[in-house]
Design a protein around this ligand. Structure first.
Ligand code: HAM
Length: 416
C-alpha cells in the first residue's frame, strides 16, 4: 500500500523540538500579560469575504494564496491566512468595545497560505500576534515595537533589525499613488509583467518585487516619506522619538511596504540576518480604517504578527531544556504494585516519571531507562522492599546509592 505523507508545506512537530514550542508559547503568555493583553482565539476558517475585504482583493495573499472552499451549503469559506481581520471581526461581532478594557489582544495559532514552501516558509505555519484597539497615540506604536524587540531579546534572539516606515493615510496616499504610477509608467518597459500589472492595481507592491531589474526601477521611484500629510509626518516623528526614549534602535526603510492593504501610517518589520531568504521574523503596523471598513466604529488599531517557525529556526542552536525523567525499576514482577505506587507518589510531587510495565528484568529496564533519557533510576528489589528503602542509580555516571524511603523526598530536592 502507498504510504500517506503529510501535505506539502506542512510539518509534524514532536520531541525534542516540541519542548521549544512549549517554551516559546509559555514565554508569550507570560510576557504579553505584563502589558495587559488578553488572549483571543478565533476560528481557523472564516467567510472568504472577511479576507477579501479585510486584507485587500488586490493582494497576493487574496489573489493567489488562500485556501478557499465551499462547504456543503455552498458557503465560501477560507482557512485564515492571517488573524488581524478575524480579531477585528470578533471584536465587532461580540461588542468587545463595550465590555473589555483595555482593548489589547494576543493570539497564537495556525495560519494557511498556498505559498511556495522552502526553509522558513510553509503552507501551514504558526503565528503569534498582538492587536491594540482604540488608541491612535504614536507612543502605542512605539510600545508595540518595543515589546516585539524586547520579547525576542528575552527569548535569546539578538541578531535582528527593526525596519520602520510610514505608509501614509487616506488623506495623503492617493496623491502619492498618482505620482508613483506616473513615475512607474515612465519606466514600464523595464518592469516584469507582474509589476506592470501592479501599476494600476497597487503600485506600492512594485517595491516588493525581488527581480533585480524591478528593484533597480524601484530604487528610483518617488518615496511615500516625501509625500506624507502633516498629520502622518507628526505621528511618524513622535513614533521615532518615543522609540529613542525606549532605547529601541531601528532603521528607516522608506521602501518598506507590507503585503496586506489595511495599513495606515506606521509599518514595520523585524528581520534576521540568520534566516536566509525568508528573513522576516515579524511584521505589522497601524490599520486605522479596517475596523470601520468591516462594519465597526471609527477606531484606530495597531498590531503585528510573528512567524513562530522562524523564531524556532533562529533558536535552533539553543539546547531544548529536557525534563529530568525519573525511572522506576523493579527487580521482579511481584514488586510491580510497589513500583506503580511509587510512580504515582513521585508524579504527585511534580516529577516526570516513567516505568516499564513489560520490564522482564532489571537489565532490560536499565536499557529502557537509557532510551527515555532518565536522569535517575529508582530500583525496587527484595532487599529494598524489606528494609523500607530504595536504590538510586545515577544514569549519567552509573553511581548507585541506597537510601531509606523516608529520606527520598529530601534527597530528590537536593539532587534532582
Ligand atoms: P505578515 O507579514 O503577512 O503579517 O506575516 C507576519 C509574519 O508571519 C511574517 O513576518 C513571517 O514571520 C510569518 N509568515 C508569513 N507567511 C509565512 C509562511 N508562509 N511560512 C512561515 N511564516 C510565515 C500579518 O500576517 C499581519 N496580520 C500582521 C499584523 C498584525 N499586522 C497588524 N496586526
Amino acid at each position: 500500500m502507498n504510504e500517506i505523507k503529510a501535505p506539502k508545506g506542512t510539518r509534524d512537530i514532536f520531541a525534542p523540538e516540541i519542548q521549544k514550542w512549549h517554551n516559546l508559547e509559555n514565554a508569550i503568555h507570560a510576557y504579553y500579560k505584563k502589558f495587559l493583553y488578553q488572549e483571543i482565539r478565533t476560528p481557523i476558517f472564516e467567510h472568504s469575504e472577511l479576507f477579501s475585504r479585510g486584507i485587500g482583493s488586490e493582494t497576493e495573499i487574496v489573489q493567489k494564496e488562500m485556501y478557499t472552499f465551499s462547504d456543503k451549503s455552498d458557503r465560501s469559506l477560507t482557512l485564515r491566512p492571517e488573524n488581524t481581520a478575524s480579531v477585528v471581526r470578533a471584536v465587532i461581532e461580540n461588542n468587545l468595545f463595550e465590555t473589555l478594557s483595555p482593548l489589547r489582544f494576543y493570539y497564537i495559532g495556525s495560519m494557511f497560505r498556498y505559498d511556495k514552501p522552502q526553509k522558513g516558509r510553509y503552507r501551514q505555519f504558526q503565528q503569534f500576534g498582538v492587536e491594540v484597539f482604540a488608541d491612535d497615540s504614536p507612543q502605542v506604536d512605539a510600545e508595540v515595537m518595543f515589546s516585539a524587540v524586547d520579547f525576542l531579546k528575552k527569548i535569546g534572539i539578538e541578531a535582528m533589525q527593526l525596519e520602520l516606515n510610514s505608509v501614509g493615510c487616506p488623506q495623503c496616499r492617493p496623491d502619492y499613488l498618482q505620482v508613483l504610477r506616473k513615475a512607474a509608467r515612465a519606466q514600464e518597459s523595464r518592469l516584469c509583467s507582474d509589476c506592470r500589472r501592479k501599476i494600476d492595481g497597487n503600485p506600492l507592491r512594485i517595491f516588493d518585487c525581488k527581480l533585480p531589474a524591478c528593484a533597480e526601477v524601484a530604487a528610483s521611484l518617488p518615496l511615500i516619506s516625501d509625500h506624507l500629510c502633516g498629520e502622518c509626518r507628526d505621528h511618524f516623528a513622535a513614533v521615532r522619538e518615543t522609540l529613542s526614549w525606549m532605547n529601541v534602535s531601528f532603521q528607516l526603510n522608506p521602501r518598506l511596504v507590507r503585503g496586506l492593504d489595511y495599513y495606515t501610517k506606521t509599518a514595520f518589520e523585524i528581520t534576521s540576518g540568520q534566516l536566509g531568504a525568508q528573513n522576516a521574523l515579524l511584521g505589522g503596523g497601524r490599520y486605522n480604517n479596517l475596523i470601520q471598513e468591516l462594519g465597526g466604529p471609527d477606531m484606530a488599531a495597531i498590531g503585528f504578527a510573528a512567524g513562530m517557525e522562524r523564531i524556532i529556526l533562529h533558536l535552533e542552536q539553543l539546547e531544548p531544556a529536557r525534563p529530568k525523567t525519573l525511572f522506576v525499576a523493579y527487580e521482579d514482577p511481584q514488586w510491580l504494585a510497589h513500583a506503580v505506587q511509587m510512580a504515582q507518589v513521585l508524579r504527585e510531587e511534580g516529577y516526570p516519571v516513567y516505568l516499564d510495565y513489560q520490564g522482564k528484568n532489571l537489565k532490560k529496564q536499565f536499557k529502557k531507562a537509557d532510551r527515555v533519557a532518565a536522569a535517575f533510576t529508582l530500583i525496587l528489589a527484595e532487599n529494598e522492599i524489606q528494609s523500607g528503602s530504595v536504590s538510586i542509580k545515577n544514569m549519567v555516571n552509573q553511581e548507585q546509592i541506597k537510601i531509606s524511603l523516608k529520606e527520598l523526598n529530601e534527597w530528590l530536592k537536593k539532587n534532582y
